[in-house]
Design a protein around this ligand. Structure first.
Ligand code: ADP
Ligand code: F6P
Length: 325
């Protein structure tokens, strides 16, 4: 539990940006101001905190932001925050600026920073912000819905040209070591194959055989959704073309998946999570992460949240394979 009255709340975004982060920032700012608190925005994540890039925020500073992708506070990755010296310095800067409670919007890495700040006496709440959906304590992360829809639309377009040319297309989606974007796109785009880093059934020889069989059955294209965690899409395309004789192209969707106006879901969930973060701080909570499970917005101890494990739901993956017949 937090041991002091909360008068000023700080907010920062950290790690990879994600659509909906602005909705979360806006909700933190307006909820806090509405409850009589001061709000300080910290630019460029932990790096900006360590450089004291701290600004007072008013309700107007977040006007016209809910529909914008990216993060108005900017984001960064910061090596210094991984060190004890960096963490102590960051906690000292929070104290210097009167920041009694800090809302950190980011992924697991960012939560580790928040956990350390909490150890050094700064009340912290984490909000899950990542397009990767790879945070174990929650079924929802800010940005995934927008990113998966962006990727799905892009893959539909690749599919059109792939069908016209009767080609095999390998489309690589982001997700770092996690395959959620790939799995969802695989199902939503009706892909013939989904390659996930969490699965151990990736056998290129079998894919080659399958492509040959599909050609015999008259299929006009062959779509492979490849997760970033497997990668190697360009070389894979060359090998598959050589082995099958089917023209093969690789498309790496890249950072376009992280941009764009957030979907309704990302705006609404991020807004509720932002407001909840402020309420948790006012309830005297610290070292918590907000999550969404079984239709409810909930919160977990950061240490417990970081210890949780999450895998690809086998049933969903089996269905994806079945539907690709
Ligand atoms: P994400 O938050 O999306 O998982 P990263 O893993 O890149 O992204 O982490 C974002 C930032 O969080 C890092 O650049 C670093 O500043 C901070 N961070 C990551 N791991 C730790 C750690 N073990 N201790 C303290 N801070 C950390
Ligand atoms: O964590 C979000 C993410 O977009 C991952 O999917 C990807 O692996 C990584 O960030 C890319 O990071 P960067 O923008 O630093 O290249």
């Amino acid at each position: 539990m937090a041991d002091k009255v909360i008068r000023t709340i700080g907010v920062l975004t950290s790690g990879g940006d994600a659509p909906g982060m602005n909705a979360a920032i806006r909700a933190v700012v307006r909820t806090a101001l509405g409850k009589g608190l001061k709000v300080r925005g910290i630019r460029r994540g932990y790096s900006g905190l360590l450089n004291e890039e701290i600004i007072d925020m008013t309700a107007r500073d977040v006007s016209d932001t809910i529909q914008r992708g990216g993060t108005i506070l900017q984001t960064a990755r910061c090596e210094e925050m991984r060190t004890v010296e960096g963490q102590q310095k960051a906690a000292g800067i929070c104290k210097k600026y009167g920041i009694d409670g800090l809302v950190v919007i980011g992924g697991d890495g960012s939560f580790k920073g928040a956990q350390k700040l909490s150890d050094y006496g700064v009340n912290t709440i984490g909000l899950p912000g990542t397009i990767d959906l790879d945070i174990a304590c929650t079924e929802y992360t800010i940005g995934f819905d927008t990113a998966v829809n962006t990727a799905m639309e892009a893959i539909d377009k690749v599919r059109d040209t792939s069908t016209s040319h009767e080609r095999c297309s390998i489309i690589e989606v982001m997700g770092r070591d996690a395959g959620y974007l790939a799995l969802w796109c695989g199902i939503a785009n009706g892909a013939e194959r989904i390659l996930l880093p969490e699965e151990h059934d990736y056998d290129e020889a079998k894919i080659v055989e399958d492509i040959k069989e599909n050609r015999k059955r008259g299929k006009k294209h062959y779509i492979i959704i490849n997760a970033e965690g497997i990668g190697d899409s360009m070389n894979m395309a060359k090998r598959i073309e050589e082995e099958t004789g089917m023209e093969t192209r690789a498309t790496i969707l890249g950072h376009m998946q992280r941009g764009g106006s957030p979907t309704c879901k990302d705006r609404v969930y991020a807004s509720i999570m932002g407001a909840k973060a402020v309420d948790l701080l006012l309830e005297g909570k610290t070292n918590r992460v907000v999550g969404y499970k079984h239709g409810e917005y909930i919160d977990f101890d950061i240490n417990e949240a970081l210890a949780m494990q999450k895998g690809i739901p086998q049933y969903q993956y089996d269905i994806a394979k079945q539907l690709a017949l």
